[in-house]
Every structure is written in C-alpha cells, then in structure tokens.
Design a protein around this ligand. Structure first.
Ligand code: SF4
Ligand code: SF4
Length: 755
C-alpha cells in the first residue's frame, strides 16, 4: 500500500562510478525528486558490508522498496537478491559510464544520463508492489506421461527413479511403441560396430515392476484441465470406465507416425510386396529370427537389396516431407548389416544423396558398414519397377554422372517420420489475432483453412480456451524455443519428449525423455511454490486484472502465447497463474490497460518514461526512448558496455520483459511528452523465432505496424519510431542502432512537442 511504502535508495561509488559521477547529486535526486525515504552511498555496494547495510534497513523496517543505483540489473543478482521487497535498479555502470567517454566535454551529458536513471528507478519503485504468491498454487508430485513408447517409458522410469510418482497412459494394448517392433537398434556404445539388442522388453519390465509407476494400456486421455500443480485428467480405459486423477506436470511422448509410403508409387511401393519401408523390413527380419531373410513375394532368400535414402523426404514435392528425419541413414546401415551378418554374400547397396550419421558413434558405425562390404552409392533413385523375377531400379549415379538400371530382389525405402502431435490450435488462433489486431495477414488466412483432410485425433484433449493440443512449429512438431528451452512447450507444465518434438533416433530419445522428466519435476515443484517456469523461473509475480474496466475484447485470451487464460461464463478472462510464464504479452495487448503485475505494469514503465527530464528545445538535447527486451537486446547492450562501445548520451533505456508486453500507450505517451524518438528492440520473430516468449515479438510487430497512423495524427515523421529484431550476439549492432536513430533525429530535427 502506498502509505506503507518506504523507499531506500542506495548509490554505489565502486567500479569507477564515484570518480565519473557526482554521487551526491544522485543521492539528492533520489530523495527530492524520486521521493525515497532516504538515500545512502557506499564505496562498494555489492561487498558484504554494502549488502549488509541494505539488509539491515530491510530487516529493521526502514525500507520495503529498494532502489540500487549501481550496475545493470543483470549483474550482481545474488548480492542484490533481497527477498520480500520491491527491487529496482538504476543502471549507472553498463548504462552510463561504460558507454560514455571519460572526457571533460562529455561530463554534463553523462551526469544527466545517470540522474535520469535514478529518477526512473525511483519512479518504477513508487509504482511497484512487493510480489506475493497468489494462493492458487498446489504442490503435486505426480507426473503424467502420455505415450508408452521408448520416450514415454524412459520419462516414466526417470521420474520414478527421482522419487516422484508417474502414471503412464498408452493407447495401444502393449507398451514399447515403435522401438518394440525393431529387430535390433543402432549401437549405443563403443566400438559402435554392430547392431545391438533393443532392450525394450527389459525397459517395459522395469517400468511395469516399479512401485512408483502406474501403467494404463489401451487407455486415452479424454480431458485435461487445470494448470501445473493441479492438472485434472480424465483417463478412459479399455473397460469403458474413466478415472480422474490430478497431476503436477505432464510429459507428452506421443511419438511419431510413419510417413505414408503409398505416396511414393514411383518407388514401387504398393506395386510390389518386395518394396518395403524400413519398419516393414524390421518385422520381416524379426520374423526370420536370425535365419535367412526371404523376400515377401515368393519367399526366395534375398540375394541383393537396395536401400533408398530420403524416400519422400528432404524434398519440396507436394506430399513429401521437407525435412530430414534424422535416424534413417544409420537405420539403413543397421539393416544392411542384418543381411551381411546373416550372409556376407548378400549384395547390399545404400543409395543416398547426403549420408548423415550423427551421434557419438555414427561415423564408426558407417565405417563398420563399409568394412562389412556394404556399398554406398551417391545417387538418386528415380523409379522402382516390378520386373520378372524381381525389381528394376532406375537411378542416376551422381559420382559417375550416369543413368543406370539395376536389378534387385528387394528395395527398402527410408521414408522417415511424421510427428504424432494432435490437432494444431495455432492456425485458428493466428487468424483470430489478425482479426482482433486489425492487420492483414495473408499467411494467417491461408493457415486458417483446414490443414488436415483426415481429422487428427487429440492427444491431450486440453480443456483450454486456446485449443485441445500443443501448438506446433512448421512440419507438425511441438513448438518450443529450440535453443534456450527445447522441452518447454507452449502449454506450461506440459513437456514434449521424443520424436513428437523433433526428428531423432533412439539414443537421442533416451536423453530427451530424461530431460523432459526432469523439467516436469521442476515445474511441479515450482508450481507448488507459486514460482514461474522458464525463462522467468523464480518470478513470484503474476498478472492480475481489474474486472470492472475490462471490455471483454478477448485480446489477452487470444494473444497469450501460452494458453494461460480461459474465459469465464460471463466471457471475462480467467487467469491460470501457474500456466502463466509472466511475459506480459496480455498486458501489452490490453487496450484499456487493466492487466498488471505487482512489480511490472503499465505504470511502472509509463512512470519511468515520464520521470526522464526532457530538456527544452533551445537546449538541443534530444531524448530517445529505447524499450529493450530483457532477454536478448538488453544483455547485448550490457555486453556492448563491457566492451566500452559508446552510444548516444541522449538515449534512455527501459528493459521490458518481452516486446509483447509493450503497450502502445508507452510509445504515444513518450512522443506526446517530447521524446524525439522511440526504438523497440526485441528478439527475432517468425518461424525461426528467438523470442523467449515465442509470440511476444511478433505481437509487438503487429501492434507497431499501426503506429504510423498515430504518428501521422500527431504530425510527426514516421522515422521517429523504429522496431528492430536484435540478437544477444548483436554487441556491435545494438549500440549502432541507437546511434542511427540519434543521427536520424539530428537530421529531421527535435520533436515539436517539447513546449
Ligand atoms: S503474462 Fe504472458 S503467459 Fe501470463 S497470462 Fe499474460 S500473456 Fe499469458
Ligand atoms: S485485453 Fe483487457 S479489456 Fe480485453 S478482455 Fe483482456 S483484460 Fe479485458
């Protein structure tokens, strides 16, 4: 409550701040303008003595809001990680002295920067509240694993071994999935020379015997509601009954579907029983049980076999898979070894365009295949024709540059995998967003057309406003930040593992499932404490909204990248705290600005913008506002500072949780109050996005695409506002973008709104 607010401001003189800045002036600004109850200076604020000084003020009740005027908020987070206070940081080191020259003629503008950052941090503090958990959270240490294939079995077992209960739901009558149908697997340990036993029966037995694991086969998930820590799941079983159980987190390991080889008639599939997929060959070899492998058409022992790599894959032909399935080259080598190991006289040829054998032992396995006499031919198979007594393979040898026709007994097609993901809610949502934001999005409109001719069965049956299943990336794999947090799907507390996430082989599946299980455990624990999941892990704040101001426009519900918001019976948004990643995209979306966090709101940023001292026109000192995403752009600027790359003294940078949280009111308010330029710096958007909140940057671009109209209404040049995609590695470019807008302002002149 405002009446209880006691702001303590602490100005550091270490790291050269005391020499470069007038810290007495900063102290005075904090108390007189910033309304701090008191301000103190310290020679090295992050030292044990400095930290103890602050802690003592907190413990004695002197301060419940703490303003640290020192280094970047990204530095010294442990030293300044005070609990149960509202904390704000004025970045005087990376944000001021490290980006400005230590020269007499720069002294004045450098001090002005520092003064403003202290004003801004105090203004932020005045509008913050101490974050508190909501009371919605519950601790539930039970993990649901959906899918009983290799990934699901591994995830359940790793969960149980870590001391948590796991329930495994598999729709077919047997556990083991595709891995159980394999004769052997590619080797997992040195010398990586021969196929290995799959050990799937042993894995299944271990799962079935584990006291911490409950298994339902012939069962499906018919409804999932709730949130991390309190998922309520209906499991329909073979007997016709339905059980409702609660879980802390979920691992979706729904695996893959084989690519439909009937789309490859030119390669003879469906025309001859002797043209098989890799999976069909596994079954043939398994049935042979170590004996001679016979071709299906007439049970003649196979004398020669051709493996066709990338069959219907890595191709832009309609109906083909554009991607590499990641496992089939090693799988073909393994299968060619089945023949060679049973009879070295069998001719085996693998026809490839690019042979890919990833993993620790991939290269060794390939060489072992060569040693066993497998022929590797760089070529393209154009046609497989059933012929008298066998098959004719028409191909082009790419080394000899020759067309040829080769007779063979058997052809095996490496047809790859398709993610078994359930229906993608994203296309409909994208069209809804485009409509709400009033932007033309041809892509969204196209995607809104029904994508699947054959209806895809739901896997999780999520009872969420935003659709029944996990949003997907291109090609149907579950959407996740592929660099920073690959297991996190866009439905918090639900982790994807195995080939539903991306193409992978069994070795990768094992690691992937283990990772997903660990993430699920972590999230169950975090949800129990009311803490946010990655990337704002540990954050206690969550969005609250003022119902009486809400116009039920649905923007927050539809634009939340994580499906955290449902709608209640009166169609008001209904926030699910532990589903929320605390990105603030809903806050940026809300046209009536009724959504806020305790420590991050339209006011905490808006008042920082207003706190900046905008000089009058005759002073000829422009002010440029930079709203920088705290995940990539702000760190890039910090790193630029560490490298002492200078930028304009006229810029004032405000870190934001995500560009998606930027409410356009901040931009229009800044322009109205005399700022000369505004720059938004966020992460890369689009299919290969880098945005840590997936859609936030894209939403900001949507919203900012309409800012030109506002500028026109204000009679301002459109060059005054720019939105940039910035990577964490843009250490040179980020300051350069700032200098570019400073140069633009110099060219077009100061804002007419300064009076
Ligand atoms: S803060 Fe982000 S994740 Fe949370 S409800 Fe808002 S938009 Fe969704
Ligand atoms: S965006 Fe704001 S006004 Fe619209 S539904 Fe959400 S809270 Fe209500």
């Amino acid at each position: 409550m405002a009446g209880d607010m006691k702001i303590g401001a602490y100005v550091c003189k270490g790291c050269g701040l005391g020499e470069r800045l007038d810290t007495d002036q900063l102290e005075m600004i904090a108390t007189r303008e910033g309304k701090a109850a008191f301000a103190r200076q310290h020679d090295v604020l992050c030292s044990p003595e400095g930290v103890a000084m602050i802690q003592q003020d907190i413990d004695s009740g002197e301060a419940n809001h703490v303003v640290i005027a020192a280094c970047s908020r990204r530095a010294k987070t442990e030293a300044f990680g005070f609990k149960n206070v509202a904390l704000s940081r004025a970045n005087l080191r990376e944000g001021v002295i490290w980006v400005r020259p230590d020269a007499e003629d720069a002294k004045e503008t450098t001090q002005e920067m520092a003064n403003d950052y202290v004003r801004m941090a105090c203004a932020e503090s005045r509008h913050m509240h101490v974050p508190h958990p909501s009371g919605q959270q519950t601790l539930n240490k039970h993990v649901l694993v959906v899918g009983g294939g290799y990934a699901g079995l591994t995830a359940a077992l790793e969960t149980a071994k870590a001391g948590y209960a796991a329930t495994l739901v598999e729709k077919s009558p047997e556990l083991g999935g595709a891995a159980a149908r394999l004769y052997k697997r590619i080797p997992t340990r040195a010398p990586y020379a021969d196929p290995e036993d799959t050990r799937v029966p042993e894995l299944v037995a271990e799962v079935e015997a584990h006291e911490n694991i409950t298994v339902y086969t012939h069962a499906t998930v018919t409804r999932t509601s709730g949130a991390p820590g309190r998922f309520s799941v209906d499991i329909a079983t073979e007997s016709g009954g339905t059980r409702t159980e609660t879980f802390g987190a979920i691992v979706q390991a729904s695996g893959f579907r084989p690519y439909d080889a009937s789309q490859l008639p030119e390669l003879g599939y469906g025309k001859s029983p002797d043209v098989l997929t890799q999976m069909e060959l596994e079954e043939l070899v398994k049935a042979a049980d170590g004996g001679p492998i016979k071709r299906p058409s007439d049970s003649k022992e196979v004398g020669d076999v051709i493996f066709v790599q990338c069959a219907g894959q890595r191709s832009d032909k309609a109906g083909h898979l554009p991607y590499c399935s990641g496992f089939c080259c090693n799988a073909s080598i393994k299968q060619a070894m089945y023949f060679k190991d049973s009879n070295p006289q069998v001719d085996t040829a693998i026809v490839y365009t690019d042979l890919r054998t990833p993993g620790a032992g991939g290269e060794d396995f390939y060489r072992s295949g060569q040693d066993k006499g497998i022929v590797f031919t760089k070529g393209v198979v154009n046609e497989v024709i059933p012929a008298a007594g066998g098959l004719s393979v028409r191909m082009k040898d790419l080394i000899l540059d020759e067309e040829m026709t080769v007779p063979t007994d058997l052809v095996v097609l490496a047809t790859g995998l398709v993610a078994n993901s359930g229906p993608d809610p994203e296309a409909a949502l994208k069209a809804e967003v485009a409509k709400l934001e009033g932007v033309d999005d041809e892509e969204a409109e196209t995607q809104a057309e029904p994508v699947a001719v054959v209806p895809v069965e739901s896997i999780l049956n999520l009872d969420y406003r935003q659709g029944t299943d996990l949003p997907q990336l291109v090609h149907g794999f579950t959407d996740s930040h592929f660099i920073c947090f690959p297991y996190e799907t866009r439905r918090t507390g639900i982790y994807a593992a195995g080939p539903v996430r991306r193409p992978m082989d069994l070795i990768q599946v094992r690691d992937d499932a283990t990772g997903a299980a660990m993430k699920a455990i972590q999230e169950a624990e975090n949800a129990g404490k009311g803490l946010a999941a990655h990337p704002r892990s540990g954050d206690l704040s969550f969005p609250e909204f003022r119902k009486e101001g809400c116009t039920q426009c649905k923007r927050c519900t539809v634009e939340c990248p994580f499906g955290a918001i449902d709608e209640d019976e009166q169609r008001y948004p209904q926030f699910n705290e532990s589903r929320c990643r605390r990105c603030g995209t809903c806050m940026g979306a809300c046209p009536v600005r009724v959504i806020s966090f305790d420590n991050y709101s339209v006011d905490t940023v808006g008042q920082q913008i207003k706190a900046v001292d905008v000089p009058e026109e005759f002073e000829e000192k422009p002010r440029i506002l930079v709203l920088a995403c705290e995940n990539d752009a702000y760190p890039a600027l910090d790193m630029a500072a560490q490298n002492h790359i200078e930028y304009s003294a006229f810029v004032r940078i405000v870190p934001v949780r995500c560009l998606g949280s930027v409410n356009t009111i901040w931009v229009t308010d800044a322009l109205n109050s005399g700022y000369d330029g505004v720059v938004l710096m966020g992460c890369q958007k689009g299919v290969d996005y880098q945005c840590h909140f997936v859609k936030g940057s894209e939403m900001a671009h949507y919203r900012m695409s309409k800012i030109d109209d506002t500028l026109e209404q204000l009679n301002l040049e459109t060059e005054r506002v720019a939105t940039h995609e910035v990577a964490i590695t843009d250490i040179q470019r980020a300051p350069q973008l700032i200098n570019e807008i400073a140069a633009t302002i110099e060219k077009i002149g100061l804002s007419p709104f300064k009076f």
